[in-house]
Design a protein around this ligand. Structure first.
Ligand SMILES: [Zn+2]
Length: 422
């Protein structure tokens, strides 16, 4: 997304009314970003150790719900002065929590998105997201509250595919099928009609009906007033605008997970989302992908000797033939050492993370459907590296296959089938 094309909603979401913001740019030198794939149930347990590290307080912990703000704050309170902050609290209690945090009496605030607007505390050291936010715009804005004093700060994102499923579920609920909207709109009179006189579609719950009205109202198809009810405005272009917004929201969700899954410099990914020109080829040198040894969350571990050997094998196969498809590279490396798909993927990600290879994704048509092909290309440092002293970091959960005598004693294997060995 180029600077010229920055949509207005990004400008609004980030509060970028001040044009000098564009001149200063998006890059933040003092923010080390980290993303950690972790099941929902294991995230809170990571917090005490994470926040006990030197210079990690004060901290904001963002949670997706009011209930979680209470729960997580209570869980942390045994160890830290944590306060909850969410929309369901009395406004006096919210002010108290905010004051405690601002004055330093509390060093952790556990908040849902309601917290942070207009808060300018310069010394926030850590921002933790307990689940994936809805967009890069939101994420960038929230982590932007750390380190305004210019000192080193961290942003840690917990995520998993369960988060994606949940966001997709919310998306489906807030964006009903356009045919259904149109069908309902056809039943709405042009004159003001009280809501209880309007026939709610039989297959739509009361809760989802609100999404119907909201979307039609937002896109100019009908007017909605708390006192008068609704009135059909027969807007012409609402369908097109609605579909465009729906697609944009879906894109935003996809992008936050692309960010989370990336093996590339996180600051570069964030900045590149807003301005590829500003991001360029820069690396921050401090995120989990640039500097895996200093990660806070422990999402990566140093590669084992066997994994290094496989990586080195992959590099030499690529040196012989650069730009191989991922599947072909797997088959070749597996014929030398018995490597399963998940192990291969973890090592490939590690090579990508270390900047030794680049994974280029190409879409092509197969049987009338769109399929993806991954080509693995050596980078300049990948071509220089003979694999002797690789500094590789793999996903901490990746399982190392035994390479010991026991496996050597096994009977000769049958023909290898790519992608089946685990
Ligand atoms: Zn980086």
């Amino acid at each position: 997304m180029g600077e010229e094309a920055l949509p207005n909603d990004i400008v609004d979401a980030l509060g970028l009314n001040d044009p000098s913001r564009f001149i200063r740019g998006f890059w933040r030198d003092n923010l080390a970003c980290e993303a950690l794939k972790l099941p929902t149930g294991q995230r809170a347990a990571r917090l005490p150790a994470l926040l006990a590290k030197p210079d990690s307080l004060p901290a904001i912990v963002y949670v997706p719900s009011r209930a979680m703000a209470e729960e997580v704050a209570a869980w942390l309170r045994a160890r830290l002065d944590a306060v909850p902050y969410h929309g369901g609290m009395e406004s006096s209690a919210r002010t108290q929590a905010q004051d405690a945090f601002m004055s330093g009496r509390s060093n952790v605030i556990v908040a849902n998105v309601a917290f942070g607007m207009g808060v300018d505390k310069p010394d926030i050291r850590t921002i933790v997201h307990m689940s994936a936010p809805q967009s890069i715009e939101n994420y960038y804005q929230e982590i932007g509250r750390a380190g305004r004093d210019g000192k080193p700060s961290r942003a840690i994102l917990f995520y998993s595919w369960a988060d994606k499923k949940l966001l997709e579920f919310f998306h489906e609920n807030s964006f009903p099928p356009v045919e259904k909207l149109a069908q309902f709109l056809g039943t709405v009179p042009r004159e003001w009609t009280p809501l209880d006189k309007v026939a709610r579609p039989t297959d739509v719950t009361e809760e989802n009906f609100e999404a119907f009205l909201k979307q039609l109202h937002n896109h100019g198809a009908l007017e909605w007033s708390p006192t008068l009810g609704i009135a059909n405005r027969n807007g012409k272009s609402w369908v097109e605008r609605y579909l465009k917004q729906e697609e944009h929201k879906r894109f935003q969700t996809d992008e936050i997970f692309r960010y989370a899954e990336s093996n590339r410099c996180r600051m570069n990914e964030l900045v590149g989302y807003f301005s590829t020109q500003e991001a360029g080829e820069k690396r921050c040198g401090q995120c989990d992908n640039c500097a895996p040894a200093s990660t806070m969350g422990g999402g990566l571990r140093s590669a084992m000797p066997r994994e290094r050997a496989i990586a080195s094998s992959m590099l030499s196969l690529l040196t012989a033939r650069d730009g191989q498809a991922a599947g072909m590279l797997l088959t070749s490396v597996a014929s030398r050492k018995s490597v399963g798909r998940s192990e291969f993927e973890a090592i490939l990600a590690a090579l990508d993370r270390a900047g030794l290879v680049r994974i280029s994704r190409e879409s092509y048509a197969r049987d009338g459907k769109e399929a993806q092909n991954r080509k693995i290309l050596l980078t300049r440092s990948g071509r220089r590296n003979n694999g002797n002293d690789l500094d590789l970091w793999v996903d901490a959960d990746s399982v190392v296959r035994s390479d010991g005598p026991a496996s050597r004693r096994r009977k000769p294997r049958g023909p290898f089938r790519a992608g089946t060995a685990q």
